[in-house]
Design a protein around this ligand. Structure first.
Ligand SMILES: Cc1ncc(COP(=O)(O)O)c(C=O)c1O
Length: 408
């Protein structure tokens, strides 16, 4: 086929294959515009986005207040480095500290970097107090903490490790919601426990409140640091701004990223002042971390999440979606389990979920997977009940069609 008769999208796809590395596989949908809960592809087709760029666009796409903040800051000052005081960075740190159980913030660019910072801070804090040899970190089986080597080593899923060994030493994994197993893993070399309060990539598995309370007690007993990776589940998605607001358990550190900047890359590590004090001058840094542009986007985002009480909205809408999904699940035995934490939703099927993701896309709905058999919805926190109705209806019709085809 000659270049000239390829459609615009096909041309982009051909160039992507030619010039981009293959780590994202081949993609055929090219999204070019977004507004609220909708995105449009390069052929003008509209989709309702119930994946939000993997839990990033919590305010929907191109929220006017965030767009305005980005444009205003871009025209004023984009980057200066952390050699200088950055006004929006200080303001953002204050806002995060005021609303979290933590006292100090460090800014970086992504979730994996927030976890790297947490791992380094935990090790350094322990080193300063106890000397070398107490650097082990226990995370959970089936967890996901990122792709850089430290965060990858903390990730308890072998499929992500394969071919990248040797990993960073000192990481151990324990099953979720099994306090006894975790107790048995703690040794004199342990310095921290790292968990996602709701596991995202691993298939939407929430930690029970009792497990989180047990972890806190274990950490207090052995002077370990408790780190919550709230990169995916944080900032309102599960119905609370922070996990502490839901379960009352206060971690020593919280990792954030994803929705914090509404798509402008920014990550954050929040920490209690005792452990934060281990990051003395020269111990850690990021050139872009907390630059004026990223912080302006994050400030606008966070103000809206807090002032519009979007965590409560996520709770109500999550319950609403749950009720509709329960009805769907009563009709289709292929649904094995629903796992729901606010607007973080996993539908476990008895067949590969990618099939349903494709079928939903043909109906104009974007969803994702979390592990092979789990269909994942991460709707924007600003969506309406009518939009949830529509997605549940489309899911039902896609499952019905599949059941009819299977039966025929
Ligand atoms: C819980 C959790 N931590 C860390 C990460 C890594 O974030 P990033 O892709 O921004 O590095 C992710 C990404 O999916 C995540 O879900």
């Amino acid at each position: 086929m000659s270049q000239s008769i390829l459609s615009h999208t096909e041309q982009i796809r051909a160039e992507a294959e030619q010039f981009l590395m293959g780590n994202y596989g081949s993609r055929d949908l090219c999204l070019v515009r977004g507004e609220r809960t909708s995105v449009w592809d390069s052929d003008g087709n509209e989709y309702i986005d119930f994946l939000t760029g993997l839990a990033v666009a919590s305010l929907g796409h191109c929220h006017p207040a965030v767009t305005e903040a980005i444009c205003r800051q871009a025209a004023k000052l984009v980057h200066v480095s952390n050699l200088y005081l950055i006004e929006p960075q200080v303001e953002l740190a204050r806002l995060l500290v005021e609303h979290s159980p933590c006292d100090k913030a460090f800014f970086c660019n992504s979730g994996t970097e927030a976890n790297e910072a947490a791992i380094k801070l935990a090790r350094r804090y322990s080193f300063d107090l106890y000397g070398p040899g107490r650097a082990d970190i226990i995370s959970l089986e089936n967890s996901f903490h990122g792709r850089t080597l430290g965060a990858l080593s903390a990730t308890g899923q072998e499929k992500y490790h394969k071919g990248f060994e040797p990993l960073v030493p000192g990481f151990h994994y324990s099953p979720i919601n099994d306090s006894n197993a975790m107790r048995a893993k703690i040794t004199p070399q342990t310095c921290a426990i790292l968990v996602e309060p709701v596991q995202g990539e691993g298939g939407i598995h929430p930690c029970t409140p009792q497990f989180l309370r047990d972890l806190r007690a274990m950490c207090d007993k052995h002077d370990l640091l408790l780190i919550f990776d709230e990169v995916q589940c944080g900032l309102g998605r599960t119905g609370y701004l922070f996990t502490t607001d839901n379960h009352g358990v206060e971690p020593d550190m919280i990792c954030l990223a994803k929705s914090l900047g509404s798509g402008v890359p920014i990550g954050a590590l929040l920490a209690k002042k005792e452990c934060a004090s281990a990051f003395v001058q020269g111990t850690h840094a990021a050139t872009f971390g907390g630059n004026p542009l990223a912080c302006a986007a994050a400030l606008a985002t966070l103000h809206i999440i807090i002032e519009d009480n979007l965590p409560a909205r996520a709770r109500t809408l999550g319950d609403y979606f749950h009720r509709l999904l329960l009805k769907v699940s009563e009709e289709f035995t292929c649904i094995r389990e629903l796992r729901i934490a606010g607007l973080m939703i996993g539908v476990e099927l008895d067949f590969p979920a990618v099939e349903i993701v494709k079928a939903l896309r043909e109906c104009g709905v974007l969803a994702g997977i979390a592990g092979p058999n789990v269909l994942r919805f991460l709707p924007p926190l600003i969506c309406e009940e009518a939009e949830i109705d529509r997605v549940a209806r489309d899911l039902r019709s896609v499952l019905k069609k599949r059941a009819e085809t299977e039966g025929s």
